[in-house]
Design a protein around this ligand. Sequence first.
Ligand code: PTJ
Length: 266
Amino acid sequence: MTSIKIPKDHPRAESLRIREKLIEHYNKGVVASAGLIAHGRGEAFDYLLGEKTTAPALKAIEAAAAMLLTAKHPVISVNGNTAALVAEEIVKLAEVANAKIEVNLFYRTPKRELAIKKLLEKAGAKEVLGVGKNASARIPELGSERRHVDYRGILIADVVLVPLEDGDRTEALVKMGKKVIAVDLNPLSRTAQNATITIVDNVVRAMPKLVETTEKLKAQGLEKCHEILRNFDNKRNLAESINLIKNRLLEAAEKGEPLTVEAGKL
Ligand code: PTJ
């Protein structure tokens, strides 16, 4: 696959840059071919949401930061798309929240595991779990390659952050008694609906905000975190995102105009 030079003044420059990043990392063996398709689905939902971090997403980010800070064994699960798009933010978040980083892939191959580990280490990660023999523990009731987990990571985690997920594992992790924080642009997906906290936002916007919020909240102490968690209701928050999409669609239908989005017109 060839890459293109994106004109700075192109109305979709940012969106095209993200696509190029994914293609580049697909060529390097980090992103799965299906990861490119998954991104396209994400883009469609991002368009419906206005390509910006919405008010419900900000609330979910605050709750996610509180959940990470109050966890005993928080783990950030990393797949191909996430590594390609936000490797540095993953490393920063792991530092601030004192969390482990674990590679967990739907399309698991030893080559991809190593390519993702290398990318995370280049971004500053000192330890990357879930690679090779270390992913020898199993998530019960899960048939996919995602069942392979690290006994020092996801297996013993109480809170798992799963950006860009497929629904099965979220359900399995919740059944194991773990709290799951998902980042998913589709508020209707099984992952979004089953997670403990769902951040309905693009991972490229959500992760830097999550790092920033976790840093701020850490300075405010654990009691503040518990208060935020007591006041957060994931189902209500998801309904707010779905309503936001509904209202934008109704408005566009009434005006007979294209939806307006933050990153320029489609
Ligand atoms: O790297 P691997 O092998 O673990 O494979 C990763 C993919 C993404 C291919 C795999 O997990 C997969 O097939 O995922 P799904 O079932 O297509 O689900 C991906 C979800 O992420 C969809 O609901 C998309 O809307 C959403 N999504 C896509 N891009 C983004 C996103 N959510 C947030 N930010 C994005 N940039």
